[in-house]
Design a protein around this ligand. Structure first.
Ligand SMILES: Nc1nc2c(ncn2[C@@H]2O[C@H](COP(=O)(O)OP(=O)(O)OP(=O)(O)O)[C@@H](O)[C@H]2O)c(=O)[nH]1
Ligand SMILES: [Mg+2]
Length: 326
């Protein structure tokens, strides 16, 4: 007999695979909330993922990521291709409609069926935003979008984690972005696949491009690919065609060299290990919850009779002993 939840998930999965936007939105919400139905959907659509290229845009606030993404989306639509956009903001506690319109700058595309837009902010479910973003990207991929664009705001570790979900990472800077260039030079900032100096209408644009190229002259190769520095003006669309061509180039290059498969393998591996670790932690917490022996160990640590590392070892030894069949 088929469980009702199973049947519902199956139907949702079928609608999602057929390209239904509402089904996609619903599935993302389910997975984001850690709802078991979301996992059922993901399970049935997963074999149909892997065909879509994911391009990630990262960079300091206000550099023009969203505007650039909107311009690129316009070109993709003109070429008859469908697009999904995921905007992730690890620094914001929640993001809803109002913020979405303001931040994503895709107002022109809101009514277009060929463009699916979603935003996500920090939340606890599933162990983290980075994981939630990965599953959202997989669902977008399964829904048959020709291209998936990912925007992450900021340049901290959380943003870097999210950016690694992309097949191609684009770093968007603006003219005079001295701090970012220093960070690149010092190796603090991960080398992206493509660097874009946006706001090329700004007087300092040319100097910034030159400085970046000089910085990349040493160590500008990433997985055998020479990282290009492009100039764009997202508001007028200048340079966006070139960016689009470069993204296609990078995708082809990564496909041929094997880095695409390698990166994807790497992130799926992280996803599996992350989920297993999460489950392990859940089981561990359930196992020690209000356990008198554990409480006793903790008391001993508080009373300075036992050091924390020895207590942790004793705790694991107790659990191991219990798990062993007698
Ligand atoms: N002059 C000029 N302004 C631009 C250009 N691209 C974007 N802007 C403006 O810069 C501001 C920030 O653009 P966004 O696209 O929101 O930047 P963002 O990087 O997505 O910003 P966050 O999502 O807040 O990190 C907006 O007012 C844009 O209109 C450009 O090429 N030239
Ligand atoms: Mg933005």
């Amino acid at each position: 007999m088929v469980e009702p939840a199973d049947a519902d998930a199956k139907q949702l999965a079928e609608r999602l695979l057929a390209g239904d936007r509402r089904a996609l939105a619903r599935a993302i919400t389910l997975v984001e909330n850690g709802d078991p139905a979301g996992w059922l959907v993901l399970r049935s659509v997963y074999p149909r993922t892997g065909a879509t290229a994911v391009v990630g845009f990262t960079g300091p606030p206000g550099a023009g990521k969203s505007t650039l993404l909107a311009a690129l989306t316009g070109l993709e639509r003109a070429a008859g291709r469908s697009v999904a956009v995921l905007s992730v903001d690890p620094s914001s506690p929640a993001s809803h409609g109002a913020l979405l319109g303001d931040r994503i700058r895709l107002a022109d595309h809101f009514l277009d069926d060929g463009v699916f837009i979603r935003s996500m902010a920090s939340r606890g479910a599933l162990g983290g935003l980075s994981e939630a973003a990965l599953y959202a990207l997989l669902l977008m991929d399964a829904s048959g979008r020709d291209l998936v664009l990912l925007e992450t705001v900021g340049v901290g570790q959380a943003e870097v984690d999210v950016a690694t979900h992309a097949d191609t990472v684009v770093l968007v800077l603006m003219p005079g972005a001295g701090d970012s260039i220093q960070a690149l030079k010092a190796g603090i900032m991960e080398i992206p696949d493509v660097i874009v100096v946006n706001k090329s209408d700004h007087v300092q644009a040319e100097a910034t491009v030159r400085e970046l190229k000089a910085a990349l002259a040493l160590g500008g190769l990433r997985d055998g690919w020479q990282v290009p520095v492009l100039r764009t003006c997202a508001t007028t669309g200048e340079g966006v065609e070139e960016l689009r061509a470069t993204l296609l180039d990078h995708h082809r290059d990564a496909q041929v060299s094997g880095t695409l498969a390698q990166r994807r393998r790497g992130r799926l591996r992280m996803a599996v290990l992350g989920l297993a670790a999460l489950e392990l932690r859940r089981r561990f917490e359930a196992a020690i919850d209000q356990d008198p022996e554990v409480e006793h160990l903790l008391e001993q640590v508080a009373a300075r009779e036992l050091d924390p590392a020895s207590a942790a070892r004793a705790l694991l030894a107790t659990l191991d002993a219990r798990a062993r069949p007698s």
